[in-house]
Ligand binder design. Structure first.
Ligand SMILES: [Ca+2]
Ligand SMILES: [Ca+2]
Ligand SMILES: [Ca+2]
Length: 245
């Protein structure tokens, strides 16, 4: 008799699940949460979010807000998968969070009424953003100065960096000793009173470890002769003005 009762109960449970769907979990859940990492500063990181409805339910969609961990946020909504993007201004490790809700429905019996369900969904992760070295957009090429006519060499450089928070510092090797210790700033003037070919350069640093160097030769004529550098008074004035950049 006990065995018979158990069989009846099992049959009843199976019938209820098939006809009414009431035994199903009514829920939307996140099945894909994929932040692209690492990513370069200034480039768009992406976050892929995918959702499913539980077995027996029909997904209607989802929506919510992504917080990127740097005070920025984005809306994210779609049917079963969305990809949202965000460019970070500087390197670091950022916590990424999605919070929202998902909707699905089923039907109350084969010819029954539609039943809608909505529940909260959320997930978290992190994105690592890497520093990118600056790139020169302008720098001196090989040049010649004739100190018997005009001994001054006017130099200037410019660079860009995808890290919009990065502050660029320019340092110069103007005496050819390989040390970028002769001038700090975007532009200035140096005067040369002896002749020869000097291998010079400018270096730009973003303060986050990104350093780029551009080299050039300065030929001082007439040749031949010994090499020396004289930074004239106007250049020293420019040096002080430029240090804050
Ligand atoms: Ca940076
Ligand atoms: Ca940078
Ligand atoms: Ca030097």
């Amino acid at each position: 008799m006990g065995l018979l009762s158990r069989s009846v109960i099992l049959a009843g449970a199976a019938s209820a699940a098939l006809v009414f769907g009431a035994a199903d979990a009514q829920a939307v859940f996140i099945n894909n949460f994929f932040p692209s990492t690492p990513v370069a500063e200034g480039s768009a990181a992406t976050l892929t979010i995918g959702v499913s409805a539980s077995s027996g339910e029909i997904l209607d969609g989802f929506g919510g807000t992504v917080t990127w961990g740097d005070s920025a946020s984005s809306g994210a909504s779609g049917f079963n998968i969305v990809v949202v993007g965000h460019a970070y201004a500087d390197e670091g490790t950022y916590s990424v969070n999605f919070s929202g809700s998902g909707s699905e429905h089923d039907f109350n019996g084969f010819f029954g009424s539609r039943r809608n369900f909505t529940n909260a969904i959320g997930a978290s992760g992190s994105i690592t953003v890497l520093n990118v070295a600056p790139t020169f957009t302008a720098a001196p090429g090989n040049s010649t100065v004739d100190w018997t006519v005009n001994p001054t060499f006017n130099f200037t450089a410019a660079a860009s960096d995808p890290g919009v928070n990065d502050v660029l510092t320019y340092t110069w090797d103007l005496d050819g000793d390989g040390q970028f210790d002769d001038f700090t700033g975007v532009s200035g003037t140096a005067s040369y009173v002896t002749n020869g070919v000097l291998p010079l350069g400018v270096r730009v640093s973003d303060g986050d470890g990104g350093i780029t160097t551009s080299s050039f030769n300065l030929t001082v004529v007439p040749e031949p002769g010994s090499l020396a550098l004289l930074v004239a008074a106007p250049a020293l004035t420019l040096l002080r003005r430029s240090r804050r950049r």
